[in-house]
Design a binder for this molecule. Structure first.
Ligand code: PLP
Length: 385
């Protein structure tokens, strides 16, 4: 019996499985930072284990953490929230995004989604019975989501607009004028905005991140997600949050209580230390990503690969259309022949078979080695044509 070819996320899992077999593998696509969680955060968790190990947290999270989150979103994002009623702590960004989608969308409702995008939004939308309405973005324009395209996608079933900035995998950042235009559209068409700010501390060159909830009229119609995973290298600690208007946050809190109750109290104490303690580790990591981004882009330029300029985030989404091959096939060959795993674009969107996602989440020497090996694999593939 012929084996059916894996596609989309299944293909990605298959490749990740194969990668585990190679001792010298370099995972160029990985989404988790390679740095250790800063020591003072680990120490706070140890302390919590000794002193608070048996406690349940309230479903919305510890007040001290919600206060720290309110202070952080004011300082970094210029969003004013009341920690008592407008903040809910979640088990990572992943649960936060599910809660946002479930709180806002009912069966049949449409959500406008600039593509490519973080693929579990589509999964959560399917669970909510919602419908994804795609607005395409392109590498030639550095994956800019055009507000005019968003406006043109609105129907009488539109309920929400998803704005992930910086974006995963496209690494685009929505400019302040575009963000204002997106909000104006949301206000005039009475749409909710689901804002994902998880990469807000990683913005490059002169690009600027703005949270839609910080703009006049934005807070009432935006739920904003963030997490400690990427910024503090805490992916496994599972801690994130949502902030938004009190009426909707009451619904988010109900959902959170029903689905999983409060987040781990150990992680929450660690989260308080992360948000209120020294921030130099965050700046050190951001600086490392800046250097690595330059290194990766220089290598891609040398290979003649096109890409949307990463304006923020931790990725580059590179065009491999010149190979004439599907990204799944290219990723498979690079992995099998050179033991380098770049994530195929088709795992993010069915229309992005011409792309590979690479990340900056490796030490520099690993990145250099991985890119060098990719170059060899690409050269071999091109030589066969
Ligand atoms: C855009 C975006 N949102 C949310 C998440 C989920 O974050 P977490 O790892 O905290 O669950 C990710 C993870 O990669 C992401 O890229």
């Amino acid at each position: 019996m012929s084996k059916k070819k894996a596609q989309g996320t299944n293909l990605l899992y298959q490749l990740i499985g194969e990668a585990r077999n190679y001792d010298d593998v370099i995972i160029m696509g990985r989404g988790d930072p390679d740095f250790d969680t800063p020591a003072h955060i680990v120490a706070a968790a140890k302390n919590a284990m000794i002193n608070h190990h048996a406690d349940y947290s309230p479903p919305e999270g510890l007040l001290a953490l919600r206060e720290a989150i309110a202070e952080r979103v004011k300082r970094v994002n210029n969003i004013d929230v009341d920690p008592a009623t407008e903040v809910v702590v979640a088990n990572g960004g992943q649960e936060a995004l599910f809660l946002m989608v479930l709180a806002v969308l009912s069966p049949g409702d449409e959500m406008i989604v600039p593509e490519p995008n973080y693929n579990t939004y589509a999964d959560s939308l399917a669970f909510a019975g919602g419908v994804k309405v795609e607005v395409q973005t392109y590498a030639e324009n550095d994956f800019r989501a055009d507000p005019a395209d968003v406006a043109a996608a609105i129907t009488d079933k539109s309920r929400a607009l998803l704005l992930v900035s910086p974006n995963n995998p496209a690494a685009s950042v929505i400019s302040p004028p575009d963000m204002q235009a997106m909000l104006d559209i949301a206000i005039s068409k009475d749409l909710m905005i689901l804002a994902d700010d998880i990469y807000d501390l990683f913005v490059y060159d002169d690009f600027e991140h703005v949270s839609p909830a910080s703009l006049p009229g934005g807070k009432e119609r935006a739920l904003t997600l963030n997490a400690l995973s990427k910024a503090y290298s805490m992916t496994g600690w599972r801690l994130g949050w949502i902030v938004g208007p009190a009426d909707l946050m009451a619904r988010v809190k109900e959902l959170k209580a029903a689905i999983s109750g409060g987040a781990s109290i150990i992680s929450q104490h660690a989260g308080i230390a992360a948000l209120t303690g020294p921030q130099d580790a965050v700046e050190m990591m951001a600086e490392a990503y800046r250097r690595r981004r330059r290194l990766v882009l220089d290598a891609l330029d040398a290979m003649g690969m096109k890409y949307g300029l990463p304006q923020g985030g931790q990725f580059v989404f590179a065009d491999i259309g010149f190979t004439g091959m599907d990204s799944g096939e290219v990723a498979q060959r690079i992995l099998t022949e050179q033991h380098v795993l770049a994530y195929p674009g088709s795992a993010f969107s069915k229309d992005r078979k011409d792309y590979l996602r690479m990340t900056f989440l490796q030490p520099e020497e690993q990145l250099i080695e991985g890119l060098e090996r990719m170059k060899v694999a690409m050269r071999d593939m091109m030589a066969e044509r």
